[in-house]
Design a protein around this ligand. Structure first.
Ligand code: SF4
Length: 476
């Protein structure tokens, strides 16, 4: 049984993709750290990186080459100054050299040393191989797989050591939604309380609070930046940022002033909201996050970068529209529930679009948000899980077909749709008796996995099917 922390599901990183940007970035960092541990970093004279499968097919649009350069350079995606990214990459390209681990300089030609191979490695669709030549002529290689949500694994360890490390470290080990329900009933606890008990077994209460606060601050700042940034997204599709215009119209009638993300949140509470404005606000929050993500900004993977807008949009909906008294305690409960539901999908199916299409990204994020919102709205644990089930049920079969390999069309709008569905799923569950439900969350997770296995490879983050070929990027 895997022990997946909420902070594994909600990682802070850089866009546009958790599997194609954050994962390769972390893999490159990990390889450099292994070289340092083996005391061989300073003996390296040449490095080459082979990208395989989906990483190769949509890697350019997903900035995988940027991620590899930054990871090899020793930059940390959680803390790097976003405005320094372009310069670091440009310097490597223009100088034909790279400072490995920010320490050891070698010749590095991006076009020659980052190789996009079209074939797939058998273990996973997102494979990458790092090869280093040492000063004595020997070579050292390591292959990693980016398995979605920024998770990176090494094939030979996945069935042994890595799994052993993760085994049964929680007081309430959870593999299935049914087990979570049983803990809630026997312990007389809410889902967020069971999840918190698990987190407290591996970190202090102070750390849980400060890290959850950091996650929320990153989400809020991301929405704030997205709503206040005008223009066109990078990548060549000429996609206009829309959160800016929608936000401007929604705030027009408001006299409230603000200077930062926190005072902005309070100012939004003073705007008039009828049904249409609610739809627009929720969509605006979701669009804002994914516009930041598409422009290599900082987001929280939730559970992936492509679907990073759903959870902040639904949580913000709760904070500014549903409950004006909402505080950090509500944020904390929301994130704990959302993280746990995401981990159920990771264990029982996948959160990787390269394995399961967009149902694994937007579908999972919608299910996470629906369950979390339901708990805050007073739902029982069974209603929380029912809301997640409803949200996923209506995303089953959703394919991944990003135009031009960029995380823009249909990705950005899809976050708005996932957020609205999550809110609707919560309301449906709150008005239902879960004992009458015919489909359980465990059943829908299993169905999602079976659907993923049946799905044609061209709909799994390859940009070889659907909108990606139906729309010519040169027409955009
Ligand atoms: S279509 Fe969905 S899964 Fe594919 S890149 Fe876009 S958001 Fe991610």
């Amino acid at each position: 049984m895997e022990c997946i922390s909420v902070f594994d599901m909600l990682k802070i990183g850089i866009g546009p993709s958790s599997s194609h940007t954050l994962g390769p970035w972390r893999a490159a960092e990990r390889w450099i750290n292994e070289l340092k541990t083996n005391e061989s970093l300073n003996l390296i004279t040449e490095v080459s990186v082979d990208l395989y499968g989906s990483l190769s097919l949509t890697g350019k649009g997903h900035a995988t080459d940027y991620a590899v350069i930054l990871g090899l350079s020793g930059a940390d995606p959680e803390y790097i100054a976003v405005n320094s990214i372009e310069k670091i990459v440009a310097d490597v390209k223009s100088s034909n050299s790279i400072l490995l681990g920010n320490n050891h300089k070698i010749t590095f030609n991006v076009k020659q040393h980052i190789v996009f191979n079209r074939e797939f490695l058998p273990f996973h669709a997102n494979g990458m191989k790092f090869t280093g030549t040492l000063s004595n002529g020997d070579t050292t290689t390591q292959t990693y797989y980016s398995i979605g949500g920024g998770f990176v694994v090494v094939e030979e360890l996945t069935n042994s050591e890595e799994k052993l490390k993760l085994k049964q470290c929680f007081p309430f080990p959870i593999n299935k939604a049914e087990e979570l329900t049983t803990y809630c009933l026997t312990q007389k606890k809410k889902i967020s309380e069971v999840v918190l008990d698990n987190e407290l077994s591996i970190r202090s209460a102070k750390e849980v609070n400060s890290e959850l606060k950091r996650v929320w601050d990153t989400m809020l700042e991301c929405m704030y930046i997205g709503c206040h940034t005008e223009g066109t997204l990078p990548g060549g599709l000429n996609v206009r940022r829309r959160a800016f215009d929608t936000h401007k119209k929604l705030m027009e009638a408001s006299k409230a002033s603000y200077t930062d993300p926190e005072s902005w949140l309070i100012a939004i509470r003073k705007t008039e909201v009828k049904f249409r404005q609610i739809l627009k606000w929720v969509s605006c929050f979701a669009l804002s996050v994914n516009e930041v993500n598409a422009s290599l900004g900082r987001v929280v993977t939730a559970p992936t970068n492509g679907s990073a807008g759903v959870i902040p949009a639904v949580l913000m909906y709760y904070m500014v529209i549903d409950n004006h008294q909402a505080d950090f305690n509500h944020i904390k409960r929301f994130l704990l529930v959302a993280g746990e539901i995401g981990s159920l999908f990771k264990k029982g199916a996948t959160i990787s679009a390269a394995m399961g299409g967009c149902q694994a990204e937007i579908g999972v994020s919608s299910a996470m948000a629906a369950g979390a919102l339901t708990e805050l709205l007073g739902g029982s644990p069974q209603q929380v899980l029912m809301a997640s089930e409803i949200a996923m049920e209506h995303h089953l079969g959703l394919t991944c077909d990003p135009i031009g390999g960029l995380v823009q069309i249909p990705c950005i709008e899809r976050n708005a749709m996932g957020a609205i569905k999550a809110i609707n799923a919560a309301e449906l569950a709150l008005d239902s008796d879960p004992s009458n439900a015919r489909v359980s969350l465990d059943k829908v997770i299993n169905t999602m996995w079976e659907t993923a296995k049946d799905m044609n490879t061209k709909y799994k983050e390859t940009s070889k099917g659907g909108l990606a070929i139906g729309v010519n990027s040169s027409d955009c």
